[in-house]
Every structure is written in structure tokens, then in C-alpha cells.
Write a protein of this length. Structure first.
Length: 141
């Protein structure tokens, strides 16, 4: 990991990244406990890791990345995202927005606020996404 990304990720953890990763992990654990939520738990665990170290990675559509549709990128993925939105997505997105607003007050916090805003969007519609290193995303285009 380049030095700048390492420093940004360390500062990210200090400025709310650790707490948000913990919330994503909690959401995934709750989904596993309910048994019915297991299909959503995988996305929750993947995004928890992404939320812990977001700099140098990117969430992209699995269909765009792989070049073909699958069960999570089609109509069932849309239904899954709607269920996720009602059950867990809105409160995770709200938490990201609140932290982003606090960070946006300072110039130093702007990159972290932007990262929280991107994660808020991901919190609303995570099914059918994949987390990839930025270098892989650029090579896939």
C-alpha cells in the first residue's frame, strides 16, 4: 500500500472509520443471527472491511466488473436491495451522513467526508456490488 493511502486509511480509522466498520459488522452479524438475512450478511461483511480501509479500493457494479449479469445484479438483486434498504440500509446511510457533515466542517476532513458520502450511497444499495482495488478497476475498463 502506498504511503499516502496508508496515512489516509490511518486517519480514516481515527475519524470515524472504525466506528462505521463496527456498525457494518453489527448489521452483518444481526443478519446472520436472523437466518433469513444470511444472503445480506455477506455484503455486510465485505463492506465492513471496505469501510475499515476505503482508500485504495472502490465499490463497483459486479456486472460491469465481470462483464455479465448474475443473481445479485438482476431483478432478485433489486428486490434484495429494497429489503436491505428498509431493514438496515437507511440507518447505516444516516450514520455515514452524520459523520460526513461533522467532517465537512474542516478542510482536512473533506476527503473523509467524501468517503463517508460514497459509503452512504453504498449503504442504501449494496447488493450486486464488489469491492476492488482502484488499480484493478482501472484495468477492467
Amino acid at each position: 500500500m502506498p504511503l499516502v493511502r496508508l496515512l489516509l486509511n490511518i486517519l480514516w480509522i481515527i475519524t470515524g472509520g472504525l466506528w462505521m466498520a463496527a456498525l457494518w459488522l453489527l448489521a452483518a452479524i444481526i443478519m446472520v443471527i436472523t437466518i433469513v438475512g444470511i444472503p445480506w450478511a455477506r455484503a455486510g461483511f465485505n463492506i465492513a472491511v471496505y469501510t475499515l480501509l476505503p482508500f485504495g479500493q472502490e465499490a463497483v457494479s459486479r456486472a460491469d466488473y465481470t462483464g455479465h449479469e448474475d443473481i445479485g445484479t438482476g431483478p432478485l438483486g433489486t428486490l434484495g436491495n429494497l429489503i436491505w434498504l428498509v431493514v438496515a440500509g437507511w440507518w447505516l446511510a444516516l450514520a455515514h451522513l452524520i459523520i460526513a457533515l461533522g467532517l465537512a466542517i474542516t478542510i482536512i476532513g473533506l476527503p473523509f467526508a467524501w468517503a463517508h458520502l460514497k459509503l452512504a450511497g453504498l449503504a442504501l444499495w449494496p447488493i450486486g456490488k464488489i469491492i476492488v482495488p482502484i488499480e484493478d478497476r482501472r484495468n477492467a475498463r
